[in-house]
Design a protein around this ligand. Structure first.
Ligand code: ARG
Length: 470
């Protein structure tokens, strides 16, 4: 094999001013078909819009336009069947499609390039791809939220320990804890929705960077493609990738949400916690230890976050300090975006299945929810309602805890005499504060863990979920 490409290879779009083709190593570095082939659908859609515009300005007659549109459809069918053949001489998806059109249509195939550049094509293709990706991910998030809503609904009334510093803090409803994820995920979906709205902007008609002289109308491309608006500046249009960074940021934050969930499932499934059992379909065995039941899926979910965060950092680093307008560095935008979105497309359905498969241990959760003096805050707040400054109440209850700890009992294990010896305000009525159900139901504000509050919260969670499911 020759170590140089012919300067006029059919798959290259720029041989004219060169006498020799690129060195094989240089070519290998620049060729992008292995990944930008995923943009075929968007590239063909842009080309169809372009054929219409070229007809409107008189570069293609009606017959040529129709022949072009029909060829683009045939090309799409090939891609659809995974039968489009890339040649080693194709530099990128744009060149490959043009090469194919010339093979198919002869000189007509060469007319499509008028007035456009791969710079505005790729800017358009990736935006369109990201738009669809956002829609997909939002719907997948909705499905995960639905799994949480269902679990929260099914376990309404069950008690669970609420933690800070991974130490038992206050009792909550298990459903309140589960619904926290619905709102985290809702913001993740919201970030994707925001990104989608800003990237819904057409860049075709920007040419290489300064627009074009043929009279092509940027608005017409937006109309053909069903894109909301037109980029107001051709330089910005071809140079900017902040839209991809926004999608990647939203993906990175989402993957971090999922990673926290993965960790919590791993933790709750340990024999130390034993709050939850992961369904068989989402658990794995060990090749050596026959008794093992491992939460591999939750661990993989946790682990994938590193990779998606890496995708964001990778593109941030590439774009930092790039001068306007287009630079070839920008070719590095695609793989991180494809990787992050592809990873989440894989992860989200697996998480949804895992969450739906969880079976909780009511007794273990209830026992843990009152352990560790979890009602101490309630006791302090009771003293506050009796007029004691919280600062003093904190001290008094601190002493109650110390005495209970010495005696090796929980708060409700102290008798009335012991309590009133610590402080006269600790009368028989405060014993009512040692009931977890009451502790939960007194927290009845709109954001609280009281049964009535959580029931209302469930309705809101259902509505938010439905909006994402679309
Ligand atoms: N493969 C290129 C990319 O992904 C397409 C644009 C190439 N433009 C250029 N002037 N070489 O960015």
């Amino acid at each position: 094999m020759s170590d140089q490409h012919d300067a006029t290879d059919a798959g290259r779009l720029w041989g004219g001013r060169f006498t020799a083709g690129p060195d094989a190593a240089a070519w290998a570095l620049g060729v992008s078909t292995s990944f930008d082939r995923h943009l075929w659908r968007q590239d063909l859609a842009g080309s169809a819009a372009h054929a219409h515009e070229l007809h409107r300005i008189g570069v293609l007659d009606a017959e040529e336009r129709d022949a072009m549109l029909a060829a683009l459809e045939r090309c799409a069918a090939l891609f659809e069947q995974d039968a489009f053949e890339f040649l080693p001489t194709d530099e990128d998806v744009h060149g490959a499609i043009e090469r194919w059109l010339v093979e198919e249509l002869g000189t007509l195939g060469g007319k499509l390039r008028a007035g456009r550049s791969r710079n505005d094509q790729i800017a358009s293709d990736l935006r369109l791809w990201c738009r669809d990706a956002c829609d997909d991910l939002i719907a997948l998030i909705g499905a995960l939220q639905a799994a949480f809503v269902e679990q929260a609904d099914a376990h309404l009334g069950w008690h669970a320990p609420g933690y800070t510093h991974l130490q038992r803090g206050q009792p909550v409803l298990l459903s309140h804890h589960l619904l926290a994820y619905v709102w985290m995920l809702d913001r993740d979906a919201g970030r994707l929705r925001d990104a989608r709205e800003r990237l819904d902007e057409s860049t075709l008609g920007s040419g290489a960077l300064a627009g074009q002289t043929l009279g092509l109308n940027p608005q017409a491309y937006a109309d053909h493609l069903g894109v909301a608006s037109v980029s107001p500046n051709s330089i910005d249009a071809v140079a900017s990738r902040d839209f991809a960074l926004e999608v990647l940021s939203a993906c990175a934050i989402l993957s971090v949400t999922l990673s926290r969930l993965g960790e919590e499932i791993v933790l709750w499934a340990t024999s130390e916690f034993a709050f939850v059992r992961v369904g068989d379909a989402y658990s794995t065995g060990s090749s050596i230890m026959p008794q093992k039941r491992n939460p591999d899926i939750a661990e993989l979910v946790r682990g994938k976050a590193g990779r998606v965060v890496g995708d964001l950092v990778s593109l941030l680093t590439t774009i930092k300090a790039l001068p306007l307008a287009y630079d070839r560095d920008l070719q590095e935008d695609k793989e991180p975006v494809f990787d992050a979105v592809g990873t989440l497309r894989l992860v989200l359905p697996a998480v949804t299945g895992t969450v739906a498969s969880l079976s909780f241990d009511r007794d273990r959760l209830a026992a843990a929810s009152v352990g560790g003096f979890a009602l101490a805050t309630d006791l302090a707040e009771e003293l506050v309602t009796r007029g004691m400054p919280f600062r003093d109440a904190h001290e008094v209850v601190g002493e109650v805890v110390r005495v209970a700890e010495e005696r090796g009992v929980d708060l409700d294990g102290l008798d009335p005499a012991e309590l009133s010896a610590i402080h006269p305000a600790l009368d028989a009525d405060v014993a009512a504060r040692f009931d977890p159900q009451q502790a939960i139901d007194r927290r009845d504000a709109v954001n609280g863990t009281a049964t009535a509050s959580v029931r209302a919260q469930l309705d809101r969670a259902r509505a938010a979920t439905a909006a994402n499911l679309g």
